[in-house]
Ligand binder design. Structure first.
Ligand code: HEC
Length: 199
C-alpha cells in the first residue's frame, strides 16, 4: 500500500516542467527558422511567455509585431505560391493533423537527402516542395546530431502549440492526484484509529 502511494506521489511531483527548456529552444527555432515561411496563426507572441520565455526574449523575437498578435509567416502567401508552387501550411495544428504528430514533423524536417540524380529528396515526404531548411543533406555526423536535437525541440514545441492548455491540465491533474493520495492516507490512519478500539 505504501509503495503504491509513494509511486503515485513521485509521479505527481516528478515530471512537472521537465521539458520546459526544450519547449523554449523549440520556440526559438519555430520563430527564427520556420516562420520565415510558415504561420502559426493560433499562437500569439504573448502565449510564448507561458513557456517561461521572458518578456524581453519575446520582444526580441517579435520585432515590431504586436505582442498580442499571431505568429504569421514572414512571407506573403502570393510570394510563397510563386516560389514554392504552394503556400506552406499553417503549423499551429500540424502536430494534431498528421498521424505521428511530433515524430512525423521531426521526420519530415530531418528526412532530406540527395538522391541518385543529385536532387533533394525526402524520406518522410517524397516530392516535398519544402527546401531542406536545416541543411540535413550536407551535414556530417556531428552536424546531423545537432540538427536532430533542433528538430526534436521544434517538434516538441509544435506539439505544445497544437494544445497549449495540455500542460496546465497535466499539472492540475497532478495536484488532484496529490490531493487524493493525501486524502487516502488521512482516511487510512483515521480508519486504523477508529478500529483500534474494536480490536
Ligand atoms: C523556405 C520555406 C520554408 C521553411 C523555412 C520551412 N518550411 Fe515547412 N514547408 C514549406 C513548404 C513550401 C511546404 C509545403 C510542402 C508540400 O506540401 O509539398 C512545407 C511543409 C511543411 C510540413 C508539412 C508536411 C505535410 O505533411 O503537409 C511540415 C510539418 C513543415 N513544413 C515543417 C516545417 C518546420 C518545423 C520548419 C522549421 C524548422 C519549416 N517547415 C520551415 C516551406 C518551408
Amino acid at each position: 500500500m505504501f509503495k503504491f502511494l509513494g509511486f503515485c506521489l513521485m509521479a505527481t511531483v516528478g515530471l512537472a516542467h521537465a521539458d520546459e527548456a526544450q519547449l523554449k529552444r523549440g520556440a526559438h527555432v519555430a520563430v527564427e527558422v520556420c516562420s520565415a515561411c510558415h504561420s502559426l496563426k493560433y499562437i500569439k507572441y504573448n502565449d510564448l511567455m507561458k513557456l517561461g520565455l521572458t518578456r524581453a526574449e519575446v520582444d526580441a523575437m517579435r520585432g515590431d509585431k504586436d505582442i498580442g498578435g499571431p505568429l504569421l509567416s514572414q512571407m506573403a502567401p502570393n510570394d510563397e505560391l510563386g516560389m514554392f508552387g504552394i503556400v506552406p501550411p499553417d503549423l499551429s495544428l500540424m502536430a494534431k493533423a498528421r498521424e505521428g504528430g511530433a515524430v512525423y514533423i521531426h521526420d519530415v524536417i530531418t528526412g532530406f537527402y540527395t538522391d541518385a540524380r543529385g536532387q533533394s529528396a525526402n524520406h518522410a515526404f517524397p516530392g516535398i516542395k519544402m527546401p531542406d531548411v536545416l541543411m540535413v543533406a550536407q551535414a556530417d555526423a556531428a552536424g546531423k546530431k545537432e540538427i536532430d536535437q533542433k528538430a526534436n525541440d521544434v517538434s516538441a514545441f509544435l506539439e505544445w502549440a497544437s494544445d497549449p492548455q495540455a500542460q496546465e491540465r497535466t499539472s492540475l491533474g497532478r495536484y488532484v492526484i496529490g490531493y487524493f493520495v493525501f486524502l487516502t492516507l488521512l482516511l487510512y490512519f483515521l480508519k486504523k484509529k477508529i478500529w483500534r478500539r474494536l480490536d
